[in-house]
Write a protein that binds this ligand. Structure first.
Ligand code: PLP
Length: 398
């Protein structure tokens, strides 16, 4: 029998699109211990994680999780509708509600699960979804799963979005129209023009869902996200976020009106048919939200921005003339173009002691392969300087 999967993998390799796991034997942090194929361990400087505030291994989060394990054990038992909502879930949703300033919140076991459960609960096949072209896979998958008429608008293109809205109102009179976008785009690091989007959604009486995955903890007072920074939090119907990035732990959430959350409890299948997040994870997320809401948390966020600005100053120019644009997040794409060239550059940096992932199709369009560098508050200035020197040396040769 032919090995079909081996053939498929060979084709992936030929296109420089194959992916491989690598093992690490340390906690996440600005330095990680990478175990090579020869089992040799190397300490590398890590520019790959979304742990923007350095909370993934923070003692406050660890202690909260340990205390919850001691009191509540490890497993949640079943979904919350079946075996009950534990104290930690109640606390987490209360903390999220207060921090985000919405009426209610609902937590999921991941951001992916939040998207997958929520979007199909909001629209049916007669409705319309308008999605930014650079939206995350979880939003695309969820929009497809929902079965609504799906139109993609070019990235941050308000004129095109407006013409889609006109089309939706003309051709699908009386139907629900849901606009979906992100605050900070995960592979490009730029922001959505949120105030203009809110204005359009109100003009056309559409709903707006905003994924704040890379904005919470990073943008806005106490890291409340772009909606708060732009002063439009009350105008956004569905605020999604993850607990797995700047908040350092794991899980996803939806914040919004009380009726929205009640509806999701009744209709979000990834919530209803999946075991609740472990109580210890919810407890660590409460500790993360409490930290962000504190003055120490705000201090940490401002430290992150000092590092981001340093990176913006030092990083050499790539092919996209990034320098001309304002720095909007902790994500720095370094566009290479060719898939193999991106892999080669990542490998060269690895041999010099840095973990910087090469991002290729289908995560980004073909021919726009890139390095994706992420900065955290836990990086030292000299680590950022060293990376930028290495980038300069390695990119001068191409
Ligand atoms: C990471 C990410 C998610 C998924 O969140 P997880 O908690 O990792 O499942 C959703 N949306 C965006 C934009 C993301 O970057």
């Amino acid at each position: 029998m032919q090995d079909l999967f081996a053939q498929q993998l060979k084709a992936l390799r030929a296109a420089a699109l194959d992916r491989h796991l690598f093992e690490i034997s340390s906690p996440q942090g600005p330095e990680i211990t990478v175990v090579g194929r020869d089992r040799r361990a190397r300490r590398l400087i890590n520019f790959s994680s979304n742990d923007y505030l350095g909370l993934a291994n923070d003692s406050r989060l660890r202690e909260a999780a340990i205390a919850a394990i001691n009191e509540f054990g490890v497993g949640a038992g079943a979904s919350r509708l079946i075996s009950g909502t534990q104290l930690q879930h109640v606390r987490l949703e209360r903390a999220l509600t207060k921090w985000k300033g919405t009426e209610a919140a609902l937590c999921f076991s991941s951001g992916y699960a939040a998207a997958l459960g929520t979007i199909p609960a909001l629209v049916t096949k007669n409705d319309v979804v308008l999605l930014d072209k650079l939206c995350h896979a979880s939003l695309i998958d969820a929009a497809k799963l929902g079965g609504a008429r799906l139109r993609i608008f070019p990235h941050n293109n308000l004129r095109k979005l407006e013409s889609h809205l006109q089309w939706a109102r003309r051709e699908h009179t009386g139907k629900r129209v849901l606009i979906i976008t992100e605050s900070v785009f995960s592979m490009d690091g730029d922001r959505a023009p949120l105030r203009d989007l809110v204005q359009l959604k109100e003009q056309f009486d559409a709903l707006l869902m905003l994924d704040e995955a890379h904005a919470v903890g990073v943008i806005g007072p106490h890291g409340r996200g772009l909606a708060t920074e732009d002063g439009v939090s009350d105008n956004i119907d569905v605020q999604m976020g993850t607990l797995s990035k700047a908040l350092g732990t794991s899980g996803g959430y939806i914040c919004g009106s009380r009726s929205l959350i009640e509806w999701l409890i009744n209709r979000a299948r990834s919530f209803i048919y999946s075991t609740a997040p472990p109580p210890a994870i919810a407890a660590s997320a409460v500790a993360a939200v409490d930290f962000l809401a504190s003055s120490d948390g705000e201090q940490r966020r401002l430290q992150l921005w000092e590092k981001i600005r340093l990176m913006h100053q030092l990083l050499p120019e790539d092919r996209s003339n990034r320098k001309s644009s304002a720095v909007g997040s902790a994500i720095f794409p370094w566009i290479v173009g060719d898939e193999q060239a991106a892999l080669d550059l990542a490998a060269a940096l690895n041999s010099e002691g840095f973990v910087v992932p090469a991002i290729r199709y289908p995560t980004v369009p073909k021919g726009s392969a890139r390095l994706r560098i992420t900065i955290t508050a836990a990086h030292q200035e000299d680590q950022i300087e060293a990376l930028c020197h290495a980038m300069r040396r390695n990119s001068a040769s191409d």
